[in-house]
Design a protein. Sequence first.
Length: 332
Amino acid sequence: MLIKQNPNGLDRPFASEITPREVYEERRKFIARMAAGAAVGSALWEMANREAFAQGVSTQNAAPVQKLAAKANPAFSTTEPQTSLRDATHYNNFYEFGLDKTDPAENAHTLRTRPWTVAIEGEVKKPLRLDIDSLTKLAPLEERIYRLRCVEGWSMVIPWVGYSLSNLIKAVEPTGNAKYVEFTTLADRSQMPGLRSGVLDWPYVEGLRMDEAMHPLALLTVGMYGQVLPNQNGAPVRVVVPWKYGFKSPKSIVRIRFTRDQPKTAWNVSAPREYGFYSNVNPKVDHPRWSQATERRIGEDGFFKRKRDTLMFNGYNEVASLYVGMDLKRFF
Ligand SMILES: Nc1nc2c(c(=O)[nH]1)N[C@H]1C(S)=C(S)[C@@H](COP(=O)(O)O)O[C@H]1N2
Ligand SMILES: [Mo]
């Protein structure tokens, strides 16, 4: 998120050279603290691994892989080659587990995804508190292969599992005052070592305008690659909004609130000049510190591989009607 693209034109950025100083310092503090806890942590981790071995499950992740059946939805899917599961689960942004791309895969095993309750409240006639199983069963699960583009200038193609967020919205019957939807994600220091970093005001909050949230492409997501979501990808429930930058897809959601006023979103609060409320993918509106015209597809990063052109709305032109008459340079 805060990492600038490599100014020397090579594909791979060198974090120490290009990371803003405050982030770099936060990261060093974080690493130092992690190292201090490592002696205890690694002993525990080894015990957990031994237990996992005994039970015959993967040692990569504390949780065994759980399959999740879903019907393919080709009408909502790209036919572009998919990013490998390995890349999609080892190159992540989930700052609650650290600032480096490999931190979530290493650290997110401490996230407890059960029991898990999501509160749906605010300007609604029928507020709901749903446990993760009821939430998963609220509508038939679909597999949708979406492009997701990070504001940092890389993208992936991932087969997500979930259903249109609109199903959940209709179930709670929003009042006429509901103009926006706010998503609040888990912020628990006992599970999330990254909360010690002051890089964002926790909890991580995101938001959408009602018509954006109602758009059928907006996906309430509980799985990927035919499995329940791995912790580092936002278990047990996240939202994926494929026409917006990746940070508009909040992970590990605990509250969905309907509001009259535009929600205060974490990235917008931290750097309002850099991250707007809308944050639609737009190759013509550069980030103040780098161009947004092109992107690197994860997995295609060879020395000779050309970058791809970034597409307006990440190629999801069907959402253009939501923004008719809006100056997208102003509402970035
Ligand atoms: N709670 C939470 N959600 C988050 C983030 C985060 O740091 N915390 N990072 C965002 C960013 S910047 C991106 S690009 C995507 C990355 O999703 P992925 O790791 O599943 O590809 O998650 C988004 N959702
Ligand atoms: Mo991102």
